[in-house]
Design a protein around this ligand. Structure first.
Ligand code: NAD
Length: 494
């Protein structure tokens, strides 16, 4: 059913309505978001910009669907059947979805065809499998001699706020468990990436999701803030920067709203001294630089044993300098543009900062990559001689910039890995898996890989420390969309 579009064809992407109440609703104002290609710097689409009045309409529709509509009252099996239909439709639209995300935010096709739509589809399938086995209602013997029915009921109307870097990945991790639990949702896509959300709305509509169960209003920070503070919202599910997460958590704290936060990171890859360097460097090209470095789990601090430091720096410099940088629609491209000019400037300012802090550039540096004269590109950069206290080793850069830090002994490697306000991810690379697992147990991060880093949607994902609150994926991720209720019985249920 999917029509394969030419990757450079941007005709027909404009939209003039929001998906509210199961149909297409005219915006309250004529404010528009211009979606700009990070490669061509040209406007590729215009969509309406959500304002507080549009959010109010979306929350009202979601509230009605929750308070009066069929969705929360259906059985889990009935909801599962609708999400199965959605999954089938999504599978058929994955190529188009990945292509849209490449156009709107510049994700290289090679990454988009792995993570921007196949991974969200795998999430749907994983959540379906979990929901089929989930303990929606169980009867416990009780401690007082009478049974207790323990139920998991939907948490209510959910505000889902994703970032632009992996838009479908971060929408799906919220919308699908919310729907399976019986919640209704208002999604506010980031202004850089509204187009994929429009396609998702069409698929949800075709799948037969009842009216008002999912509502989609793209907009910026103020629109998001209005949604978060709206009294009609019961839970906020947010992925984005730690700064925004703190602001959202404080509003939710005041209002005692449920909140889950997936925030920033500054993860470390630890190379032990028995490392297979070629394997580790291949791994780091992915874990450190995926999505052009615009990934929350990016492992951009490379911790190398001092005895092999020069060898590690050389191998990384060679590998990174050989990466193909350019047009993200070219399947050979490994590093595409930054999402926006402000992001290009931000990453460039960190490259300048690293030099001024005394770190040594071994590949990359300031300026455009060779052969490119337009687009928001930066040169993939590797810094050597980085000290853990430097700002380039502490702050999330969100671009293709690696910092190689020397350590003496595993104790120090673990201490440096933990010397961060963040705790989202990490890896250890070693010939000895048991030694790797030992390191994994000691690093304070929500996900960790030993000689690999592949997110498994059957297991919880999330951050320690300033990387977040709560978990997505796995039964734990589904549980975030439920409230527990205990019903005390006088006698055993008949
Ligand atoms: P951002 O925080 O600026 O914006 C994220 C989303 O929140 C956008 O939709 C934005 O419009 C909205 N928003 C911003 N401020 C808000 C507020 N006060 N109230 C309500 N909504 C608000 O982040 P970004 O630049 O879009 O994304 C990059 C960040 O996201 C990075 O820090 C990255 O690490 C993080 N991220 C984390 C994960 C994870 O799972 N932990 C995944 C992807 C990205």
């Amino acid at each position: 059913m999917t029509q394969l579009r030419d990757p450079h064809d941007t005709t027909g992407l404009d939209r003039d309505a929001f998906f509210i109440g199961g149909g297409w609703t005219a915006p309250a104002t004529d404010q528009v978001i211009e979606v700009v290609s990070p490669h061509t710097e040209q406007v590729i689409a215009r969509v309406p910009e959500g304002t507080p009045a549009d959010i109010d309409a979306a929350v009202a529709a979601a509230r009605r669907a929750f308070d009066e509509g069929p969705w929360p009252r259906m059985t889990p099996a009935e909801r599962i059947a609708v999400i199965e239909a959605f999954s089938g439709l999504y599978a058929g639209a994955m190529v188009e979805m990945a292509g849209l995300i490449t156009l709107e935010m510049g994700s290289p096709t090679s990454f988009a065809n792995l993570a921007q739509s196949p991974a969200p589809w795998m999430q749907i399938e994983a959540f379906l499998a979990i929901a089929r086995e989930f303990g929606w209602e169980e009867t416990r013997p009780g401690a007082l001699g009478a049974p207790v029915v323990v139920r998991r009921e939907p948490v209510g109307v959910v505000a889902a706020i994703p970032p632009w870097n992996v838009p479908q990945f971060t929408i799906m991790s919220k919308v699908v468990p919310a729907l399976l639990a019986g919640c209704t949702v208002v999604v506010k896509p980031a202004p850089e990436t509204p187009l994929d959300a429009y396609l998702m709305a069409e698929l949800l509509q075709q799948a037969g999701v009842p009216e008002g169960v999912v509502n989609i209003v793209p907009g910026g920070r103020e629109t998001g803030a209005h949604l978060v503070a709206h009294p009609g919202i019961d839970k906020v599910a947010f992925t984005g920067s730690t700064a925004a997460g703190r602001a959202i958590a404080s509003v939710c704290g005041q209002q005692l709203k449920r909140v889950s936060l997936e925030l920033g990171g500054k993860s470390a890859a630890i190379l032990l001294d028995d490392v297979d360097l070629a394997h580790a460097v291949e791994g780091i090209k992915f874990t450190g630089l995926m999505n052009s470095g615009q990934a929350c789990v990016a492992q951009t601090r490379i911790l190398a044993p001092r005895s092999r430091y020069a060898e590690v720096v050389d191998a990384l410099a060679t590998a990174v300098s050989g990466m193909a940088v350019g047009d993200p629609t070219d399947p050979a491209t490994e590093i595409g543009p930054m999402v926006a000019q402000r992001q290009q400037e931000r990453v460039s300012s960190y490259i300048a900062l690293g030099e001024s802090e005394g770190a040594r550039i071994v590949t990359g540096g300031l300026g455009m990559p060779s052969g490119l004269d337009h687009g928001w590109y930066v040169r993939p950069t590797v810094f050597a001689d980085v000290d853990t206290r430097m700002r380039i080793a502490q702050e999330e850069i969100f671009g293709p910039v690696l910092s190689v830090i020397a350590y003496d002994g595993v104790e120090e490697a673990v201490r440096i890995a933990n010397d961060s306000e963040y705790g989202l991810a990490g890896t250890v690379w070693t010939a000895d898996q048991a030694a790797g697992l030992d390191v994994a147990r000691r690093v304070r991060a929500g996900t960790y890989g030993v000689n690999t880093y592949t997110m498994d949607f059957a297991a919880p994902f999330g951050g320690f420390k300033a990387s977040g609150l709560g978990r997505e994926f796995g039964p734990e991720g589904l549980g975030q969309y439920t409230e527990l209720k205990s019903v005390y019985l006088e006698t055993p249920a008949g």
